[in-house]
Design a protein around this ligand. Structure first.
Ligand code: ADP
Length: 419
């Protein structure tokens, strides 16, 4: 359990290094073990065969010169004991150490005889031990080398990750535009950098939108709030004695509240990253609904809806666009207003005060209002047309304006051909 927690808490560099060293050690040690055991077995087997062949010769011929160079016991009688180990060595097959020397014992049984023979194998066994010592030394050096090599390799392979970590630590709200540097290698780290940059793009976009929203709202709330405060002051002083003033102030406060909620709704649209859902939209139906809504707002001024078409688009966005265009058309004119629905486009036409040529490009900028003294009489924040432009672009449409001061304006939303 402690080992497990220790491994879990380790840095990846150490985990990978230790893991690869562990695998190398396991392979090396098992190879050394198998090699040593095979050598030992073949050495012992060859000695056994040698001893057995001498003993067999002895059995066949009665006596054999080679038999004198080994311990030979037949039916319990010691016939030869050049090393003086009879009685010290177990009379069974195997390799035995007696007084610092090594002997290999072989027992054989024929019809009438039980034979035990042992020969001197100290040089062979010592040689084996030397070989095993060297094998262990080489295995240990190999393991140490593999540990160092793995550490270097892992360190080198993870260096891009350390760079990413350093760069990520440096990014905060004050430098959200900063991006991670791509190595261009196309490996997993490079892919991570690309995905993290995409994520940072999304975060920055959302953060900027929120920032803009907070800034815009706080900026734009100042006017309606101070106008409300003014009317509340009027109410406090004269509200109880002058009924007409009371009604007027209340209706102005109501207007300011409506204005504020309209403005907040519009600004919220700017700050949202919405997924565009499209469906087949009946333009005439939407135009009639919006026209009715605005006719009520402008005390039954008339909006004429002409033509009919269906297009594949986002219904909510289209409604907001139409509402803003109709609102402006009614606000900046005194005559009836027309909505023309065509195959290629939708037009909102008024015969109002029009827009000077040099202002046409600017009216789509956020918070821009032509000649503030002219527009001060009319409610508005200069947000409507910038929202119309942004939403049209999101839907792949274009906004065009034709206008002549004193004659009127035509705002056209184009979707380019049949839909
Ligand atoms: P606002 O809330 O001021 O109407 P908009 O963004 O909708 O803001 O419009 C920006 C400016 O463009 C307006 O202040 C107005 O001067 C001018 N404008 C927009 N529509 C019309 C129109 N139909 N006729 C004349 N001027 C217009």
């Amino acid at each position: 359990m402690i080992f497990y927690t220790l491994v879990i808490d380790m840095k990846i560099t150490w985990k990978l290094t230790l893991f690869s060293t562990f695998i190398v050690s396991l392979t090396t040690l098992s190879m050394v073990f198998v090699l040593y055991e095979t050598m030992k077995k073949s050495l012992i087997d060859s000695h056994k065969r040698h001893v057995a062949s001498i003993v067999r010769m002895y059995v066949r011929r009665g006596m054999y010169p080679g038999a004198r160079k080994m311990l030979l016991i037949v039916n319990g009688k010691v016939l030869s004991d050049p090393f003086g180990i009879a009685g010290k060595i177990p009379y069974r097959d195997g390799v035995y150490e007696i007084d610092g020397d090594y002997y290999i014992g072989v027992s054989l049984r024929s019809e009438s005889r039980t034979i035990f023979a042992a020969s001197y194998v100290t040089p062979a066994i010592k040689g084996m031990q030397e070989v095993s010592r060297r094998l262990i030394f080489f295995a240990a050096s190999g393991i140490a080398l593999s540990f160092l090599a793995s550490l270097l390799m892992v360190n080198f392979s993870l260096s891009p990750l350390r760079k990413i970590l350093k760069a990520v630590k440096e990014i905060d709200i004050s430098n959200l535009e900063k991006r991670l540097e791509s190595s261009g290698s196309g490996d997993e780290f490079d892919e991570l950098v690309r995905e993290m940059n995409n994520m940072l793009n999304r975060i920055e976009k959302a953060y900027r939108a929120q920032e803009r929203f907070v800034h815009d709202v706080s900026h734009e709330l100042k006017n309606p709030l101070s106008s409300m405060k003014g009317f509340i002051g009027v109410l406090k002083r004269w509200g109880f004695s002058d009924r007409k003033l009371f009604d007027e102030s209340i209706s102005e406060i109501e207007k300011a509240i409506d204005e504020m909620s309209d403005m907040i709704e519009n600004l919220l649209r700017f700050s949202k990253e919405e997924i565009l859902e499209k469906s087949l939209v009946d333009l005439k139906e939407i135009a009639l609904e919006t026209a009715k809504e605005l006719e009520r707002k402008y005390h039954n001024r008339h909006v004429l809806v002409q033509g009919d078409a269906r297009i594949y688009t986002n219904r909510d966005y289209l409604r907001i666009i139409l509402r803003n265009l109709l609102d402006n058309a009614l606000k900046y004119s005194n005559d009836d207003v027309k909505v023309n629905i065509k195959e290629c486009c939708l037009e909102v036409v008024d015969r109002g005060e029009g827009i000077p040529k040099e202002e046409i490009d600017k009216i789509f900028e956020k918070f821009y209002r032509i000649d503030r003294s002219r527009d001060r009489r009319k409610e508005g924040h200069g947000i409507g047309l910038s929202l119309v432009k942004e939403l049209s672009e999101k839907m792949g449409m274009r906004v065009e304006v034709e206008s002549e001061p004193g004659k009127g304006s035509t705002f056209r939303i184009t979707w380019g051909g049949r839909s």
